[in-house]
Design a protein around this ligand. Sequence first.
Ligand code: ITT
Length: 190
Amino acid sequence: KELVFATNNEHKLQEVQAILGDRVQLKSLAEIGCEVDIPETGSTFEENAGLKSKYIVGHYRVDCFADDSGLEVDALNGEPGVYSARYSGSREMEKNIAFLLEQMEGKSNRQARFKTVISLIIDGQEHLFEGTIAGEILHAKTGKGGFGYDPIFKPNGYSKSFAEMAADEKNAISHRALAVAKLTDFLIKL
Ligand code: ITT
């Protein structure tokens, strides 16, 4: 079975393909000839995931899904949230991480969560799947793996940051893995 994953983020594509294994063959936006950065003007992950999947269905008439995700920090009233990819005003994660660590100076509550919402559109019908993992914001970057905010996020109950984990360790517990598990459950029942 083939399915388009409406993302420009190569790391997301690799993670989700690794979780799905050979059950589903994912097609990237590049493979269907789409090179646009789909507008994400919504104020929730649900809305933005839906904007991305609906854009692709509208323009390419294919079944597809999109992932909108981000980091919600309690002491920052849930920020960066839907602004995770450009929290500092730039898409450079080096800058976004530095900016977030700066906002956290002097905060004793460092609890946060990663959240993923997947919007799947099959036969014109939207289905939403979500996954969340709670953890804490570290004081400095730790580890070289993963992507995005992984070097400053340590899931609760673990002693390593997401960036210190092997890909399959992160993929066994992550927000994205939980959302993809729900997506897979749905797809295999079709
Ligand atoms: P697409 O919209 O093309 O899918 P994007 O990178 O713009 O790619 P989002 O709009 O969903 O994706 O932004 C999510 C940002 O949140 C992402 O750029 C990362 O900085 C961060 N993020 C999401 N999932 C993450 C993860 O598993 N580990 C670390 N950071 C993550």
